[in-house]
Design a protein around this ligand. Structure first.
Ligand code: IPD
Ligand code: CA
Length: 262
């Protein structure tokens, strides 16, 4: 576990990293293609992750890192001791097109289980955080998921071109007609955190990586929500997996919809 002072230090590091997005000006040549279609990394992603690794290693010396980008210290190691899961910019495509819907997402695992998460959207000033056993907060105020199910709220989903054909568009018509509406916000960490503060009823994505959902998973669970895979098994932290997250009722309904689709 971590104490309040340590959690506060990590929060400040995440906040400072997020603020750099506000004054960012992307120049030609600062966007690079990764594997697969429409998969990008900018020089800002790399710089922010390198800075986070440098600063977070001072807070918990000996910790390991599982981050999205290739930077020094990112060994994708999950196991004994503390592991930080870092997405320096979740919503990179949004960032490239000035959508103002991107965040810095940092999760903390201990011996293979998630114990804390911080998600900061500097454009709106929304800062979600949670430490296992202490509840979840948005800008310091306690939050909890809505009591309802799918029919009472918005169902968010993620779709990445580099995972095209993953089946999300087969289930989408049902998610749409069973909810109030659907949304694809382009930042999984923000959409997961929005479940915790009641803006989303659920989130579905067919393949996504631990650095996208690690922080959000603790924030959701501490707010009374649930997150898992589509067969009901727990999320994985050493590799990507499909995820369904939401209010307990919405997740139960979505698992039924997906089962019926098979
Ligand atoms: C992506 C976003 C997107 C989700 C993708 C992620 P990135 O992360 O979270 O919403 O659908 O699966 O890879 O590339 O913007 O950090
Ligand atoms: Ca990213």
């Amino acid at each position: 576990m971590i104490d309040t002072a340590t959690a506060k230090k990590i929060e400040e590091i995440v906040r400072d990293a997020g603020k750099t997005l506000l004054s960012a000006h992307l120049e030609t040549g600062e966007v690079h293609q990764k594997d697969g279609p429409a998969n990008f990394v900018t020089d800002y992603d790399v710089k922010i992750q390198a800075r986070l690794i440098r600063e977070l290693s001072r807070v918990l010396p000996g910790c390991s890192f599982f981050g999205e980008e290739d930077t020094a210290g990112n060994e994708h190691r999950v196991g004994e001791g503390y592991t930080f899961f870092i997405d320096p910019i979740d919503g990179t495509t949004n960032f490239m097109f000035d959508y103002k819907n991107s965040c810095v997402s940092v999760g903390l695992g201990e011996n293979g289980s998630m114990i804390a998460g911080w998600v900061y959207n500097p454009y709106t000033g929304q800062f979600w955080s949670a430490v296992r056993g202490s509840g979840a907060t948005l800008n310091g105020r306690r939050i909890s998921v809505n009591p309802g199910g799918l029919e009472d709220g918005i169902c968010a989903f993620g779709a990445a071109r580099y995972n095209e054909g993953d089946g999300i568009f087969n289930v989408l018509p049902k998610l749409f007609s069973r909810s109030l509406s659907v949304r694809c916000g382009g930042s999984a960490a923000i959409d997961l955190s929005r479940i915790a503060s009641g803006s989303n009823a659920a989130y579905v994505e067919m393949l996504i990586q631990p650095y996208d959902y690690a922080a959000g998973s603790v924030i959701i669970e501490e707010a009374g929500g649930v997150i898992g895979q589509m067969d009901g098994s727990p999320i994985t932290l050493d590799r990507g997996c499909p995820i369904v997250a939401g209010t307990p009722k919405a997740v139960a309904e979505i698992l039924e919809i997906i089962k019926a689709e098979k």
